[in-house]
Design a protein. Structure first.
Length: 344
C-alpha cells in the first residue's frame, strides 16, 4: 500500500497551529500533527492523524515516514522565550536539535519521493539584538540582515535555525559529487509579537499585550511587566496564518530571502493599555516592571522593515492596531468570556 501524501504540523496545539489546522482543513488538505499534547477535540476531528510525542524522538518520526508521504512541513514546535531563559540547555535541544531532526526528516522525505519538501519555520524578532535604547530609537524599521546579535537563548536558537534551514535549502552536502543534493525548500518568517483571540498567551516575552486584553475581559487585575513606552511590532493571529500560507504558496523564483520580516502594527505598551481601558471601562491595570524581561524587550526593534515580504509574495496584513482591536480581538474575546462572570 502506498503512503498518503500529506502535510505535517509540529507543535500543532499552539496558537499558530490552531489557525493553520482550521485553514488547511477548510481547503481539504490532508493534515497530520505531532505534539507532546493531544489536540482539542474540535481540532482533532479536522486532522487525518495525531502523533503524540517529541520532535526529539527518532522512532516517532520514523513511524510518520512509514505511513505518510510528507510534502510540506510546518515546524511550529518550540520552547518559548521566557522558559528558554530558565532552561537554556533544554531550549537548545528542543529548538535547535529538534529543528535539525525535522530538517533531516524533510530531506529524507524529499529524497524518497523525488521532489523538494516545503519546510516552513517560524522565526522571531528575538533573533535581533539592538545594543541600547538610543540605537533602538534611531534604527527605525529594522531590516532582516541588521542587528542579528540576539541576547536570549530563544533568539540565538531562532537565528541558528534560520542558518540551518538556509544550509539545507542551498548548500546541503555541497561537496557531494553530482547534482544538488538539496531536497528542502526552506521558508521562514520572523514574526513580531502575535495576539490571538482564540488561545491564551503561553509564556512569550511579548505576551504582555495579549495578557492585558484577556485579563481585562475576564475582570482580573493585570500588572504589566514592561514600561508604558515599550514598543515592539505585533500582528493579529489571522494575519500571521495568512502570511504563512502566502509565503508557502509563492513560486520559488519570486523569493529573494529564505527568511522574511513581517509586521502589521507597532503600538507602545501604553497605547495598548489605553485601548484596553477604552474597551473595558472597569479594567484594573497597573505597571510592575520586570527589569530582566524589560531588558530583553529593549533589545528588540521598535518596528521591522517588511518591504521584501510585501514585494516578493504580497504580504498585506488586514489588521492595523485599531481594526485588530475593533474587528478581531474585542468581539471574539468578549464572546469567549461572556459566560464567565467577572471576578470581584
Amino acid at each position: 500500500m502506498s503512503r498518503v501524501a500529506t502535510t505535517l504540523i509540529t507543535g500543532s496545539s499552539g496558537e499558530i497551529g490552531h489557525g493553520l489546522i482550521e485553514r488547511l482543513a477548510a481547503a481539504g488538505t490532508p493534515v497530520i500533527t505531532l505534539d507532546l499534547n493531544p489536540l482539542a477535540a474540535e481540532l482533532a476531528r479536522k486532522v487525518r492523524k495525531e502523533f503524540t510525542g517529541s520532535i526529539l524522538d527518532g522512532p516517532t518520526l520514523e513511524r510518520i515516514t512509514a505511513e505518510y508521504e510528507v510534502d510540506r512541513v510546518f515546524h511550529l514546535a518550540a520552547l518559548l522565550s521566557t522558559r528558554s531563559e530558565f532552561a537554556p540547555v533544554l531550549a537548545h535541544r528542543v529548538n535547535v536539535e529538534g529543528t535539525l531532526n525535522l530538517l533531516e526528516f524533510a530531506q529524507k522525505e524529499g529524497e524518497s519521493h523525488g521532489r523538494r519538501v516545503t519546510f516552513f519555520y517560524p522565526s522571531s524578532i528575538a533573533a535581533y539584538g539592538l545594543p541600547s535604547l538610543a540605537v533602538k530609537a534611531s534604527a527605525g524599521r529594522v531590516a532582516e540582515d541588521a542587528f542579528n546579535v540576539p541576547t536570549t537563548m530563544y533568539g540565538a536558537n531562532k537565528l541558528a535555525c534560520e542558518h540551518l534551514g538556509r544550509y539545507y535549502a542551498l548548500h546541503y552536502k555541497q561537496l557531494s559529487a553530482g547534482p544538488s543534493a538539496c531536497h528542502v525548500d526552506f521558508r521562514g518568517l520572523r514574526f513580531p509579537g502575535l495576539i490571538s483571540a482564540a488561545t491564551l498567551p503561553s509564556g512569550g516575552t511579548s505576551d504582555y499585550a495579549p495578557e492585558m486584553i484577556h485579563a481585562a475581559a475576564k475582570g482580573e487585575r493585570y500588572d504589566c511587566f514592561v514600561r508604558p513606552d515599550t514598543r515592539i511590532p505585533f500582528m493579529a493571529m489571522p494575519d500571521a496564518v495568512e502570511a504563512i500560507l502566502r509565503l508557502v504558496a509563492a513560486p520559488a523564483a519570486s523569493l529573494t530571502h529564505t527568511v522574511y520580516n513581517v509586521g502589521a502594527f507597532a503600538p507602545s505598551a501604553g497605547e495598548v493599555e489605553a485601548a484596553v481601558r477604552a474597551a473595558f471601562l472597569a479594567a484594573d491595570i497597573s505597571t510592575a516592571v520586570d527589569e530582566r524581561r524589560q531588558g530583553i524587550l529593549d533589545t528588540w526593534p521598535a518596528d521591522v522593515d517588511d518591504g521584501a515580504a510585501r514585494a516578493d509574495w504580497g504580504h498585506a496584513p488586514r489588521h492595523d492596531f485599531a481594526s485588530a482591536f475593533r474587528d478581531y480581538l474585542l468581539p471574539r474575546i468578549r464572546e469567549r468570556y461572556a459566560a464567565t462572570p467577572p471576578r470581584p
